[in-house]
Design a protein around this ligand. Structure first.
Ligand SMILES: Nc1nc2c(ncn2[C@@H]2O[C@H](COP(=O)(O)OP(=O)(O)OP(=O)(O)O)[C@@H](O)[C@H]2O)c(=O)[nH]1
Ligand SMILES: [Mg+2]
Length: 397
């Protein structure tokens, strides 16, 4: 170990080497990483050890999964239904208004308003026949990422949700609330509103690690040779001996490590500012927007007390998540009431595949009805790109 990491970090590293159990090793390695000064000279040490940590965590996760499959159900394991929207807040001062929002949207949990929510409450909010599962979570305590206040269970649920709503009480200091939540999410490797790094890593059977740079940004990065070598090292350190690494854009070594860390997830988040009816909350709302609009493109001011909440909340969510609604029509001209929810940019092929795998093979042509288009009804091929609210009729051979 080189000497530019400082005596404290060196001591921590020794403890890591001496650690017996997997949990202990992870704890010690995390301690070591928090003590290493972060600068150019230590960049590689940090990356290598984060990669090592990722491998240990993967083993820990596998172990937990095995135990879970033997164990019983907890109120925190929620069966997903439709689009899952999760309401979270901080615990500095409970009573932000989450249960009130859940009740407003779904009618559920009326009795829980004004009482501390200790296990998740769930309701279904329907918008244009689309189901949104609203999950009202117990508030997040300091240290949640280390397990305080059912923190592990809450964070595990957040990982698998489709949208996270940061519920922020405008009558209290918003920075404290945001900081607590963002810190715990970050400690749990949950990244909010940033795209995943442009990289894929696949294990293969060959006997080395191959790296492909697949875009001009990727090919024109500075210090390519160094980076190439470092990537190979961190990939190997994560336990992958044979593999193909594909890089689609500019990337940092830290992002490569993120991609190797199974606990890292990328999630969409919005802010729901609450209690907008209370004194001084108008200024608080403007300040909140000023502070966070670069990280949170969508910040909505609400007051459940005054019934002030977007009435097209479903539409807002779909748009934020880059989803479109596609209505199928059968041969007798009946349009389905419930749309298919597709990613923006989807084609006729994607819809055909969603309806039934065989539809793609048997596809002949489709008719698309688009309200407001110059030609309202159009015969199209399989690669035709669809738009929100399109009606589609698929003809097979
Ligand atoms: N003035 C005002 N009070 C509100 C509003 N929304 C909720 N409250 C009140 O705030 C208190 C707490 O609301 P809850 O909905 O229970 O808050 P919570 O986030 O579920 O609280 P915990 O479960 O304890 O984390 C209740 O007394 C609500 O009536 C609002 O828009 N304006
Ligand atoms: Mg509650």
């Amino acid at each position: 170990m080189s000497s530019n990491i400082g005596p404290e970090a060196q001591a921590a590293y020794q403890k890591y080497l001496d650690a017996g159990s997997l949990d202990e090793k992870i704890k010690r390695l995390e301690e070591f990483l928090s003590l290493v000064p972060k600068h150019k000279a230590t960049e590689k040490i940090v990356a290598l050890n984060r990669s090592r940590l990722a491998k240990l965590k993967r083993q820990q996760e596998e172990h937990k999964q095995r135990l879970k499959s033997l164990g019983k159900k907890s109120p925190f394991s929620i069966k997903k239904e439709g689009i899952q929207v999760i309401l979270i807040s901080d615990y500095y001062n409970p009573g932000v208004g989450k249960s009130s929002i859940l009740n407003y949207l779904t009618g559920a949990a009326k009795k829980k308003i004004g009482k501390f929510t200790s296990i998740p409450e769930i309701g279904i909010y329907k918008f244009k026949k689309i189901k949104f599962q609203i999950v009202d979570m117990p508030s997040i305590m300091e240290g949640a990422s280390k397990g305080v206040g059912n923190g592990k269970e809450i964070l595990a649920q957040i990982r698998s949700s489709d949208l996270i709503c940061f519920c922020i009480d405008l009558s209290r200091n918003f920075e404290n609330q945001m900081n607590l939540i963002l810190t715990e999410l970050s400690n749990a490797d949950i990244k909010i509103n940033i795209p995943p790094p442009p990289i894929t890593i696949e294990k293969t059977g060959s006997n080395k690690i191959q790296i492909f740079y697949l875009s001009s940004e990727a090919q024109n990065m500075e210090n390519m040779e160094d980076l190439n070598e470092q990537i190979i090292e961190v990939v190997q350190e994560a336990g992958i001996r044979n593999g193909i690494v594909k890089i689609y854009g500019e990337i940092t070594l830290a992002q490569v490590v993120d991609a190797l860390t199974p606990s890292v997830v990328y999630k969409d988040g919005i802010i729901l500012a609450t209690k907008g009816d209370l004194p001084h909350t108008e200024t608080a709302y403007l300040n909140l927007k000023n502070h966070y609009s670069s990280q949170f493109p969508l910040i909505i001011g609400t007051s459940i007390k005054k019934n002030n909440f977007p009435n097209k909340f479903g539409e807002i969510i779909l748009e934020y998540l880059d989803k479109i609604k596609i209505y199928t029509m059968n041969i007798s001209g009946k349009v389905a009431e419930k749309p298919l929810i597709m990613d923006k940019g989807s084609t006729v092929k994607d819809v055909a595949f969603r309806i039934h795998k065989s539809f793609k093979e048997l596809f002949d042509y489709a008719v698309v009805i688009r309200e407001g288009a110059r030609q309202k009804k159009k015969r199209v091929g399989i690669d035709y790109k669809l738009k929100d609210n399109d009606i589609i009729e698929i003809h097979t051979v």
